[in-house]
Design a protein around this ligand. Structure first.
Ligand SMILES: Nc1ncnc2c1ncn2[C@@H]1O[C@H](COP(=O)(O)OP(=O)(O)OP(=O)(O)O)[C@@H](O)[C@H]1O
Ligand SMILES: Nc1ncnc2c1ncn2[C@@H]1O[C@H](COP(=O)(O)OP(=O)(O)OP(=O)(O)O)[C@@H](O)[C@H]1O
Lengths: 216, 216
């Protein structure tokens, strides 16, 4: 069974722990701040107060044996870099690091970070796309006359059951899932009542899908 | 043509402006800090120094006439709330707001924010999912024996052309797009050389796709 550790329990680090637990995985939550460790106690398998920029700490906690360690120390770039260096120098196989800006990211790559994460930048880009076409979050042609789209629920269909939505009313289309906030509901319960910002993931015949979207 | 405004040019706000411009849209970038406005000058149609928590400013800039205004003021919760309130009270149709935490989000909804954005929390959730299955970022069954998956490029296929990847070698599968960082390349150039972290978006017959993934 894979072992995961998250260093730094800000919003990103904490949400990461929570979701790993939700998916049935084990995660060790670490932070130098006692208060944050307390808040993480029920969102991780174990939550420990530790200064992870120290070699002794990394050795003691055996972090080098973990499958993936995520460094989610946000503001303090120096500590983030030092922690990453220590982890890689001590043989940690995979280290992912949240970068504060492009320079931080460059340095992290140079010292061996396996993946850089930029939540704010990524989100800026995704939000820009949903501003440009309010009814559709995403549209992919699948070839063979099929397509998949993410349809945003605005005011018009608020309160309707999913199976009352126009996209649910064609046997040429299928509602594969819906997203509410950051959670995806696979095998969706079609009696669920829609809320603003919900996203239906619809697939089927491209022409039928395009027409349904056009009429939304 | 739609009018967009972004208040607060931190990483999220700035990335948002950049992407809107990239997609050919117009965007007004606003910040109280001169330095940030300077940095945004080439990433927006217009960049103005302004304290947007003031009614006079909102009236002067006619922000109430914009289609979507995004409040991306991060740390200063009070200013974020005040700015949102002013915009909604003055009749701005759609206001999206970056929330710092759940309490901030609750207050924002109560005062009329149309959408709440939590980049760190959203990203924590998505990253958790890619930690759980390193080869696959996402897998959706489409019904009718078809499926779509997002396949992550690890060390094994680094440097190969897309059309040399196992998923490109079946006439039952199609590479619809690939993602590099936060950019999606539709109608992909299959001679492109793969880098670690690239994501191929593959669709086709579900059983063939599953088998290809299993052998990655
Ligand atoms: N040496 C260290 N060892 C372990 N944790 C640390 C260390 N230094 C800082 N941290 C922790 O990193 C956490 C995250 O940092 P911070 O809150 O600055 O990031 P952030 O970017 O605001 O987070 P987010 O955007 O995810 O909310 C803090 O809880 C802090 O206590
Ligand atoms: N009254 C105001 N009017 C306009 N801009 C403001 C106002 N108050 C603060 N800002 C701006 O909001 C911007 C974003 O805030 P801040 O940098 O605290 O957020 P952040 O959460 O760190 O951003 P990000 O996470 O997106 O990088 C700052 O550039 C700041 O100058």
């Amino acid at each position: 069974k894979k072992q995961f550790a998250v260093i730094g329990l800000g919003r990103f680090g904490l949400a990461l722990c929570e979701e790993l637990m939700e998916q049935g995985a084990q995660v060790l939550a670490l932070d130098i701040d006692e208060q944050r460790v307390k808040l993480a106690a029920d969102k991780a398998s174990h939550a420990i107060i530790a200064d992870c920029s120290s070699e002794d700490t990394v050795a003691e906690l055996k972090l080098d044996e973990y499958d993936i360690v995520v460094v989610a120390i946000g503001d303090d770039i120096n500590t983030s870099i030092l922690t990453t260096l220590v982890l890689k120098e001590m043989g940690t196989k995979t280290v992912w690091v949240k970068a504060k800006n492009k320079f931080h990211a460059k340095i992290l790559y140079k010292i061996g970070a396996d993946r850089i994460i930029s939540p704010e930048r990524d989100m800026g880009i995704r939000i820009a796309r949903s501003m440009l076409d309010r009814r559709v979050f995403d549209f992919l042609a699948l070839g063979s006359g099929l397509a998949i789209a993410e349809v945003v629920i605005g005011g018009k269909h608020l309160g309707e059951r999913i199976d009352e939505h126009p996209c649910a009313k064609s046997n040429k289309l299928k509602i594969l899932a819906y997203k509410r906030g950051a959670t995806i509901y696979d095998q969706p319960d079609l009696s669920v009542s829609l809320e603003i910002g919900d996203i239906l993931i619809v697939a089927g015949e491209e022409e039928v899908l395009k027409e349904k979207i056009r009429l939304l």
